[in-house]
Design a protein around this ligand. Structure first.
Ligand SMILES: Nc1ncnc2c1ncn2[C@@H]1O[C@H](COP(=O)(O)OP(=O)(O)OP(=O)(O)O)[C@@H](O)[C@H]1O
Ligand SMILES: [Mg+2]
Length: 622
């Protein structure tokens, strides 16, 4: 079963070169800056102050040692007495002051960082959803784009906040390192070549490790989606009954386990390489530090003009150790930043994604009639993988204002596709779809939504109150108008049903948060009421009676005729009792219109419709 193997379908890795890194880096910084420039500036200020503290502590320590040494070795000191320690005491007082400044900077910096993280979290998560709302349906049906969406959503905000923090941290550590490097170079010039010889290979090693880590994560996006899929199948209420009845759990758990084991193995492979590298560089650094320290001691003992004083010798070792520690930190921050920046590239890529067909029609006619014309429409699904066959081929038909038309055809004939094109969820490859003589592509989205209502085959079941489930049909108007909402419910024939729910219109429906669940037919009736909420000129019903009992179905038709004689209605159904009530029937076969006419006309034509009908009646009588 190759198609269901989670290992398949990983997306191709892209280049992760320096240019990409720079572009992504600047983009993320601009984003953080745009969220709150004052916060970023304050954070940077606090970091700047904090970064100067360690070097000041070290220099003051040297002054204390020098002052104590001078006092102890003063020539005019009386036997048995110590010399003047006032200077040493003064220097000593600066240390607690610096410690307080350091601690305060830590607290305030932490607070500002958390605040920045929160603001970024808010902005980025909303930005992702707004962008998702802007993209068209085709985007969500393309597995590669789904991977991108999943990667972008994965801790996007944390990555941005982390990048900001890392940058400030890096500036902080760079300043500190700079100060300490100046100190150690002044004491021992040979430190410079030693630092270069060890630092550059170490940097390259860490760079490589972060790049590998990014690609491991990148290439497992599809597998991550698979693992989420298995988890949902095994834990989501809607899937549990069938999983239990088919006893699928062991099979699915096994596939899930396979994925987790692969994740573990990949992670551990990287960890092993990190371990080896870190051990080697750690040993080399220790040798370097103690080698240089020994040299400083020898120089001090040898004496002479350039010989270091005792205080200088004492601070050299901690200063050099600090340089090594800082370098380590720098490398870790830099490689972490690189990884973060690469993760952010997904967010950037997502925000740059454009809808395949721009949804920017402008025309808003003054009056609507509800006349529909399909002119030589052909269409192939954009993300149909290997099966790149047209789903609709040269489809032409027209529906007059107020006409009630049924679309009939076998499963997969293309009926729902026609509905989606009518709602401009996709753009036809060829031909035009006209609403009252205007190409639907040219009509404004608001106008189109106002004039056409749909009850889709896969209609929504909203986790919301019964009232809201209807109000969503025209929420701007109805969310705060319970009287109008009730009138719509009455017209749609669902008022009595809702009154019987435990809290009437306020009953929270659904399984996730609600306390009351409806039957398929009841949900469908609500969906119908929702579609009627806008009082549309054209009502499109994709198998609206599939969940309805015979009585509900009859009432639906009676009502739709009575309520809106001038409303154009397109109904898709496999039920002939429904279909024959239509003014006209359009028959589709494999994406083409093959017949049109009334039930009687098509019967006597003895074509495709007549044979479908005959099959149907025979199945009823057999
Ligand atoms: N999102 C999609 N991406 C790719 N192909 C699709 C997509 N949706 C449908 N198809 C393909 O388009 C064809 C027509 O599908 P459509 O849903 O329009 O059929 P239908 O006539 O509504 O069938 P049914 O009676 O089962 O609802 C099918 O062969 C299907 O494989
Ligand atoms: Mg369908």
């Amino acid at each position: 079963m190759p198609a269901t193997e989670p290992e398949k379908g990983a997306t191709e890795p892209q280049k992760g070169n320096l240019h990409d890194l720079k572009v992504n880096y600047l983009w993320a910084l601009r984003l953080a800056w745009s969220v709150c420039p004052r916060l970023v500036t304050a954070r940077a200020g606090v970091h700047l102050v904090q970064s100067l503290v360690p070097a000041l502590v070290l220099l003051n320590t040297r002054q204390i040692i020098v002052a104590i040494y001078d006092a102890l070795t003063a020539v005019d000191k009386l036997p048995g007495k110590t010399g003047d320690l006032d200077e040493a005491m003064l220097w000593l007082l600066t240390l607690p002051a610096l410690a307080v400044i350091d601690a305060m900077c830590g607290f305030v910096g932490g607070y500002l960082g958390a605040r920045l993280g929160e603001e970024l979290n808010l902005k980025i998560n909303i930005q992702i959803l707004e962008q998702a709302a802007r993209l068209d349906l085709a985007f969500f049906e393309d597995p590669q784009q789904q991977d991108l969406l999943a990667r972008a959503q994965r801790n996007a905000a944390q990555h941005c906040a982390r990048l900001m923090n890392s940058l400030l941290h890096m500036a902080n550590v760079l300043l500190q390192t700079g100060a300490f490097v100046v100190i150690v170079l002044l004491i021992e010039p040979w430190t410079a070549p030693a630092l270069v010889a060890l630092g550059i290979p170490y940097l390259l090693f860490q760079w490589r490790m972060s790049k590998t880590q990014y690609w491991i994560e990148h290439n497992r996006t599809t597998r991550r989606r698979w693992s989420r899929y298995f988890t949902t199948r095994l834990t989501k209420h809607a899937f549990v009954p069938e999983v239990k009845l088919l006893d699928l759990a062991p099979l699915l758990i096994n596939k899930f386990k396979g994925l987790l084991e692969r994740f573990r193995d990949e992670n551990m492979w990287l960890q092993r390489r990190r371990l080896v590298g870190n051990v080697i560089f750690g040993v080399l650094a220790t040798v370097m530090i103690y080698g240089l320290f020994t040299r400083v001691i020898f120089r001090a003992v040898e004496g002479g003009d350039a010989a270091p004083e005792l205080g200088t010798v004492v601070i050299f070792l901690p200063a050099l150790a600090k340089v090594y520690d800082m370098m380590n930190q720098l490398v870790r921050i830099a490689s972490g930043t690189m990884h973060t920046t690469m993760m952010i590239s997904n967010l950037r890529e997502l925000t740059l994604a454009q809808p395949a067909a721009p949804d920017n029609g402008q025309i808003t006619p003054a009056t609507a009639h509800g006349e529909i014309v399909f002119e030589h429409v052909s269409f192939t699904y954009p993300a149909s993988g290997k099966h790149h066959e047209p789903v609709l081929r040269d489809v032409s038909f027209s529906i007059g204002a107020g006409e009630k038309v049924a679309l009939v055809g076998a499963n997969g004939a293309g009926k729902t596709t026609i509905v989606k094109l009518l709602g401009r969820l996709y753009k036809p490859d060829a031909g035009r779809i006209l609403f009252d003589g205007h190409d639907v592509a040219d009509l404004s989205r608001t106008y189109l939504n106002q004039q056409i209502s749909f009850v889709l085959q896969a209609f929504g079941r909203y986790e919301a109150t019964a009232g809201e489930n209807i109000a969503y049909g025209d929420w701007r108007r109805l969310m705060d108008d319970p009287d109008e909402l009730r009138r719509i419910a009455q017209d749609a024939g669902v008022d009595q049903m809702i009154e019987q729910f435990p809290d009437g219109y306020d009953t929270v429906l659904g399984r996730m948060f609600g306390d009351f669940t409806l039957s398929g037919g009841q949900w469908q009736q609500l969906a119908l009421a929702r579609a009627l909420a806008r009082n549309p000129k054209l009502l499109v019903l994709d198998e609206p009676t599939s969940n309805l009992d015979a009585r509900a179905e009859y009432e639906l038709f009676e009502q739709s005729r009575r309520l809106a004689r001038d409303r154009t209605t397109i109904i898709i159904s496999h039920r002939f009792s429904t279909v024959r009530m239509a003014d006209r029937i359009i028959v589709l076969e494999q994406g083409q219109v093959v017949e049109q006419g009334t039930h009687e006309q098509l019967q006597s034509a003895r074509g495709h419709y007549a044979s479908l009908y005959e099959l149907h009646t025979r199945s009823l009588t057999d």
